[in-house]
Every structure is written in C-alpha cells, then in structure tokens.
Design a protein around this ligand. Structure first.
Ligand SMILES: C[S@@+](CC[C@H](N)C(=O)[O-])C[C@H]1O[C@@H](n2cnc3c(N)ncnc32)[C@H](O)[C@@H]1O
Ligand SMILES: Nc1nc2[nH]cc(C(=O)O)c2c(=O)[nH]1
Ligand code: SF4
Ligand SMILES: [Mg+2]
Length: 224
C-alpha cells in the first residue's frame, strides 16, 4: 500500500450539516485541489494546490477561515491527529478528494474504529475502503466539461444533488434512469446557496418522489 501524503486544507470538528448524516458530530478533513469548477462552489479557496501556499501541519489544524493554505500529511499522521477530537465520524471532503487515492487513509481510519464518509462530485474514480459511506454530489454539464462518472454513481450510498432550477431535477431523473442501483440509493436534494426558489423546488420534488431535503444546516446556525 502506498505511503502517499495528501494535501490538507483544514481539519475541524463540527456537526455534519448535509445529507443522510445531518446532525452527526464529525471531524472534517478538507483536501486541497479541485478542477471541476462549479460556478456556485462555496469552497473556491480549495481549488488550486499552489506550492506557494504550502505550510506546516500546525498551521492548518483547527484554524478556521477560507484560505488556500495546505499541508502535506500522511494517512497515519491524520489518524494520529484525530485522537484529540471526540467525534467518531470522519468526513473527507475538499476540494475534490477523489482526485487522490484514498484507499490507505479510509482503511487506516476504519481500522482505528471510525466511521468514514467521502464527499465527492463523482468526477473521478472512487478509491476508498469498502466500508466507506460515499456521498456523490453529481456535477452535470459543468462549464469545464466535467461530469459525474457512472462508476461513481454505481458505488455511491447517497446522491446529494445540488439544485438551482427545474432543469437540475430533470438532470437528476435522467441520471437515476441510467443507474442499476437506483432503488437502493438514497437521494437528497440540496438547494444551492439557500435560495428561496431552489428550496421550494426541492421541497416539492422531495414530496413528489420520496426524496430527502438537505439544507446545509451549518450555514443557518453559523457554524463551520
Ligand atoms: C464543497 S463540496 C466538496 C466535495 C466535492 N467536491 C463535491 O462537490 O461533492 C461539498 C458539498 O457542497 C456542495 N456545495 C458547494 N457549494 C454549494 C452551494 N453554494 N450551495 C449548496 N451546496 C453547495 C457540493 O455540491 C457538495 O455536495
Ligand atoms: N458542517 C458542515 N457540514 C458539511 N457537510 C459537507 C460539507 C463540505 O464542505 O463538504 C460541510 C461543511 O463544510 N460543514
Ligand atoms: S466539485 Fe465540489 S469543490 Fe469542486 S467546484 Fe464543485 S462543489 Fe466546489
Ligand atoms: Mg462546506
């Protein structure tokens, strides 16, 4: 197994604010780097992995604020750091964490007794330990040409679909129609940037299809 180091933007303990695990105490490991380019992305500071922004690990742990700084940490270093937190649920997000092979990190964390969740756009092959809960937030027809991979949709436990307008729900229906596992996958709709119109669209579609509403609760209560 590789002893690859990962570029980490931040590590922080909070309440999972999105999707199936909403409300669960969790430690977030946010990796640096994403080339998907969603115009409405709320973490644009994680897109570039610039050598100029590399810092020591002390400078990213528990340090809040949206900066492009990152530190290299191995799977074992990350696992050792987590002992200072109470939460037993670890969320690996980004940036786009699936740009990296996460087999070792997720394996080490699961071995240490944590439950592990991956937040991904599904635009890269998913390389995680089998027990990992995978949340795919599909990116359909992005400007940069990136789109969700069918393999990622077949692996996912949960689809958390970002919604701004009606056509986003149509795109989701088209994706579900291409999936063999569409009966077993949990579907959440997440209004983009708490827009009132998007939220109403999500409410209506959730009721009509027996889906769940995901509201980014952390943003309503002002936590990270
Ligand atoms: C910042 S992304 C990082 C993980 C991965 N790159 C992805 O897109 O799933 C985490 C989650 O936030 C969602 N998200 C990002 N910006 C958002 C916004 N402005 N409103 C609602 N959800 C947003 C994404 O769709 C994704 O579900
Ligand atoms: N509280 C909280 N919950 C989250 N769920 C997914 C997040 C993400 O940025 O991936 C996120 C986040 O940034 N904060
Ligand atoms: S894939 Fe995720 S991190 Fe990347 S731009 Fe889109 S929402 Fe942001
Ligand atoms: Mg977030």
């Amino acid at each position: 197994m590789s002893k690859q180091a990962l570029p980490v933007n931040e590590i922080f303990e909070t309440i999972q604010g999105e999707g199936f695990h909403t409300g669960v105490a969790a430690v977030f490991i946010r990796l640096q780097g994403c080339d998907v380019g969603c115009s409405w992305c709320d973490t644009k500071h994680t897109w570039q992995v610039s050598p100029d922004d590399q810092v020591s690990s002390e400078q990213i742990i528990g340090v809040s604020g949206d900066t492009a700084r990152w530190a290299k940490l191995s799977a074992q270093q990350l696992c050792d750091l987590l002992t200072q937190y109470s939460a037993k649920h670890i969320v690996i997000t980004g940036g786009e964490p699936a740009m990296y092979d996460l087999t070792e990190l997720t394996g080490v964390l699961i071995q240490a007794g944590y439950s592990v969740q991956l937040e991904t756009s599904g635009t890269y092959p998913i390389r995680v330990a089998p027990e990992t809960w995978v949340t795919v937030s599909p990116k359909v027809a992005m400007q940069g040409g990136k789109t969700v991979l069918i393999d990622a949709l077949e692996r996912t436990n949960e689809i958390k679909h970002p919604v701004a307008r009606e056509r986003d729900i149509d795109n989701l229906q088209a994706l579900l129609n291409r999936m063999q596992n569409k009966q077993s996958v949990l579907v959440c709709l997440q209004p983009i940037s708490q827009q009132t119109r998007a939220t109403q669209l999500c409410i209506d579609a959730c009721i009509a299809n027996n889906w769940r509403l995901s509201l980014q609760t952390h943003k309503f209560i002002g936590i990270e």
